[in-house]
Design a binder for this molecule. Structure first.
Ligand SMILES: [Zn+2]
Ligand SMILES: [Zn+2]
Length: 447
């Protein structure tokens, strides 16, 4: 293949990947008989960009097998795929590859990618270790990754400490730094600190808040019980509120039982994102809480008419190097179905002796289910946990990755399991990490 063709094919893979046409990128990739490191890297990035982390990781292994030395962008891409999957062993393997091949952490964005990967895989200490090795380079991206990693782990105070350290080292924070900080404050309920950061970014650093910053501060105030202030910000924002802002208000209303504001926020959110099932579900939850069953039915009908479907909850767990995925209401791998279900039954009855009461209010969210208690036991994280209890030897921590937020029932269920079965369970949900140990969770029930 002439040099020119190689370059144009590489560009095609890159272009298809970035425009969401992953299959076309694959076709070009497979049809090429000569590939260089850019070809491989572009294909790995295309998989990552299109949320296909398993394929990205598989292709990365192929790069090593054919004896090509991956470049920094390939390493960054594969680390981001691993972060997505959430399983640290693969990440440690890539980290070892980087060290043994004497690839500098400061080249490309490798340090940032490693910090991000360790944080997203639940190993915040390792993230911090990498961060300490590179912090003297004063690369703001590394600091930002560290702050958002701490935020995801509910370590708001530590995130603020890293920020203060930036100041002493004279590193200028940017808008991403403040997004991380606001999130960190929100996850740990640090309302005053969050308000201070929001003010500081505008007054001292002259950063104009984007809609994402507004979303964070509104979420922070809403969770912190300052709903009136949150609503005031929405009214005075220089831009139109988006669906994220309305959902933050809506969640705060569900939490505080503010019916009227919640209803109007839900209707606004539905207007902006008619395909997003979570808004309908929260609205129906608000109605159910005050016993307006007619309205609950209306919301249900509206969802049906518009063909809105709930995103099914799914949880993955890594056992003996293999990822097992569980989908709400059913088990993916039929073989272990019976075993998992009977384990859940056994766990439920043992927990009931310890005072576990299934939280049936959570089923209101699950509007299509008839049999309330049994539908609760089929939540994907409970199935993954049961599978973990069967297949993990005593003492080994159980790592679960969930695509949605953990519900209140599963949360108290896993807390009890960690005490009764004396095990450590780490769950990464859509927003953050939960480390369950001795009957309590690292999020202090604030998530
Ligand atoms: Zn649940
Ligand atoms: Zn928790």
């Amino acid at each position: 293949m002439p040099e020119r063709d190689l370059v144009s094919c590489n560009a095609m893979i890159d272009g298809y990947g970035k425009s969401g046409k992953c299959e076309l990128a694959e076709q070009v990739f497979r049809s090429m008989n000569k590939k260089d490191v850019v070809t491989w890297t572009s294909m790995v990035s295309a998989y990552v960009f299109n949320h296909r982390p398993k394929e990205a990781l598989g292709l990365f292994r192929e790069i090593l097998n054919v004896g090509i030395r991956p470049d920094a962008p390939a390493l960054v891409s594969v680390l981001s795929a691993i972060a997505d999957l959430g399983f640290v062993d693969e990440g440690k393997w890539v980290h070892t590859y980087i060290s043994t091949n004497k690839i500098k952490l400061s080249s490309g964005f490798i340090a940032s990618a490693l910090i991000d990967m360790y944080a997203k895989c639940g190993h915040i200490e390792n993230a911090y270790h990498v961060f300490k090795q590179v912090s003297h380079y004063k690369n703001v991206g590394d600091w930002n990754c560290m702050i958002s990693g701490l935020s995801m782990h509910g370590l708001g105070h530590q995130a603020l400490e890293v920020f203060l350290d930036m100041k002493t080292k004279e590193i200028k924070p940017d808008e991403i730094t403040f997004l991380g900080l606001l999130n960190a404050c929100s996850h740990e309920g640090l309302v005053e600190e969050g308000k201070f950061c929001f003010k500081l970014m505008q007054e001292k650093y002259k950063i104009i808040p984007t809609i994402q910053h507004y979303g964070c501060i509104i979420d922070l105030l809403g969770r912190g019980g300052q709903l009136d202030d949150a609503v005031e910000i929405v009214q005075n924002m220089p831009m139109e509120a988006d669906v994220i802002v309305w959902k933050a208000i809506l969640s705060a209303c569900v939490q505080n039982g503010d019916f009227a504001v919640g209803e109007s926020a839900a209707l606004k959110a539905i207007e902006l994102a008619p395909e997003d099932s979570s808004c309908y579900i929260l609205l129906s939850n608000i109605y159910a809480k005050v016993g307006r069953w007619d309205d609950v039915r209306k919301v249900r009908l509206m969802m049906k008419r518009r063909g809105v479907r709930k995103i099914p909850g799914s949880s993955s767990i890594l056992v003996n190097g293999k990822v097992h995925e569980f989908l709400v209401g059913k088990e993916m791998d039929v073989k272990c179905n019976v075993e998992v279900l009977s384990k859940i039954e056994e766990v439920v009855s043992r927990l009931k002796l310890e005072g576990y009461k299934p939280d049936l209010t959570q089923v209101l969210l699950d509007i299509e289910e008839e049999n309330k208690e049994s539908s609760l036991t089929l939540h994907s994280e409970k199935m993954a946990l049961a599978f973990g209890l069967i297949n993990t030897s005593n003492g080994a921590p159980i790592h679960i990755v969930k695509n949605l937020r953990v519900c209140c029932d599963c949360h108290s269920f896993i807390k009890l399991v960690s005490r009764v079965y004396n095990c450590r369970v780490v769950v990464r949900d859509q927003n953050r990490f939960h480390c369950f140990e001795n009957g309590s969770c690292s999020c202090k029930d604030f998530w």
